[in-house]
Ligand binder design. Structure first.
Ligand code: BGC
Length: 419
């Protein structure tokens, strides 16, 4: 990876990402309520949903256990964040993306929790003292219970509550922050929560999904405007997930299907969010191959523990496509692999670095790479068994251990940053 040093700009952000609900522990929000209500049925359905995954034999015991689906203490990050920041430093990272949990800060409508605000103030201070650039997310799938009970983002008039939260928390503790992500993966949230009945509130209406997603566009636009009043120099975006769809043969039908799929899940929405963003936050995890009108992924490829086709190099095409179309700087706000045994992660990261270099050579303005995730964490509807962490978590003791791939990555970052 010799020539890589030249390809990455001096101030490039090298870091990792997390989200509050997945790591902090002891939550009370719409997700934690839903987990308790659904843990038993999720465990009972596991065999039906995931028994064809390559990891099944390894994970089945946990996947069939109701406690797996309850976030509970998670990784205890709320109390142990200093240890996690040590991990960032030990990997020579200079950036970290995390989310501020709205349900902690405003547990009841209009009631501001001073202790939680103080906590996040200290949290940001600690990052600053370590020279780590924070990338703050304001909505990463979880909502205060009171807000969800009002209908959440399904009602356009509720958007104002979110904007009020965003403006207030950032003016109290985040004036010196530079990068703000208003919403994480608006289309994934909407799809899983309102179309496929997978996440709370587990509805199944395409029409409703369309409404919610449009409300999230509106929420981003309004929040961005309010945040610019707090600090005109903020760099604001959403973090948008992008699946790369490609035709598996040269037939017109496969090519058309791939283009339509890309447009519907990606371009149609990116264009709406991009208008009100200073850069583009990109989450990339997987590609899908289309044969005719159906997804038919390669049998020769590797698959991660959550059965996603492993195709890290395709990131290059996504970067080039977004850059050509939207002409904005791009930050990779999430990218990684569920790989408990750590046999695929190092190659994933290596191919990703090459893809970023190629894209930059083609003129893409890339400003950072944040790996998902810093540590293993609570993976939403799958629960605790998927292991996305650079550091492994022992859920019994809370002990963190950098995986071999992470130790390697830390050495590579050192070289790439020239430190
Ligand atoms: C989400 C994360 C999640 C990751 C892996 C993204 O969809 O933003 O919260 O853990 O992908 O599934």
């Amino acid at each position: 990876m010799a020539e890589s040093t030249r390809a990455f700009p001096k101030h490039f952000l090298w870091g990792a990402a997390t989200a509050a609900h997945q790591v902090e522990g002891k939550m009370h929000n719409q997700w934690s309520v839903w987990e308790l209500e659904n843990a038993r049925s999720l465990a009972a359905q596991a065999e039906y949903h995931v028994s064809d995954y390559p990891s099944w034999e390894r994970i089945k015991k946990l996947a069939k256990t109701p406690a797996n689906y309850v976030s509970g203490r998670a990784t205890q990050h709320y109390d142990r964040y200093e240890e996690d920041f040590d991990l960032l430093e030990s990997m020579n990272m200079n950036a970290y993306r995390f989310s501020i949990e709205w349900s902690r800060v405003e547990p009841e409508e209009g009631v501001w929790n001073a202790e939680a605000v103080e906590h996040y103030r200290d949290y940001l201070e600690s990052l600053k003292s370590r020279g780590i650039e924070p990338v703050v997310t304001l909505f990463h799938f979880t909502l205060p219970v009171w807000f969800a009970q009002k209908g959440g983002f399904a009602k356009r008039r509720n958007v104002d509550y979110f904007v009020r939260f965003a403006e207030r928390i950032m003016s109290e503790i985040g004036r010196s922050v530079r990068y703000v992500i208003t919403i994480n993966e608006p289309e994934v949230y909407t799809f899983m929560s309102y179309s496929t009945q997978t996440w709370p509130p587990a509805e199944s209406s395409w029409l409703r999904s369309f409404t919610v997603l449009n409300n999230l566009v509106y929420a981003h636009k309004k929040a961005a405007k309010a945040l610019r009043r707090v600090n005109a120099r903020y760099k604001i975006s959403v973090a948008k997930n992008c699946v790369y769809f490609y035709p598996g043969d040269t037939s017109w039908i496969s090519r058309l299907s791939a283009n339509v799929a890309q447009y519907v899940q990606d371009d149609y929405w990116v264009k709406k969010f991009a208008r009100h963003s200073d850069f583009l936050g990109l989450n990339y995890y997987q590609s899908q191959r289309l044969l005719g009108t159906r997804i038919h992924n390669s049998e020769a490829a590797d698959y991660s523990d959550v059965n996603w086709m492993v195709a890290p190099g395709d990131l290059q095409y996504v970067l080039e496509h977004w850059s050509r179309r939207y002409r904005k700087p791009i930050m990779i706000t999430e990218n990684g692999i569920a790989d408990e045994q750590d046999t695929l992660r190092q190659n994933w990261i290596q191919q990703t670095i090459l893809a970023m270099q190629q894209a930059m050579k083609e003129g893409v303005e890339l400003i950072g790479y944040l790996h998902w995730s810093l540590t293993d964490n609570f993976e939403w509807g799958y629960g605790h068994w998927p292991r996305f962490g650079l550091a492994a978590i022992d859920y019994k003791t809370g002990e963190r251990t950098l995986r071999p791939s992470a130790q390697w990555f830390g050495r590579v970052i050192k070289k790439l940053r020239g430190i």
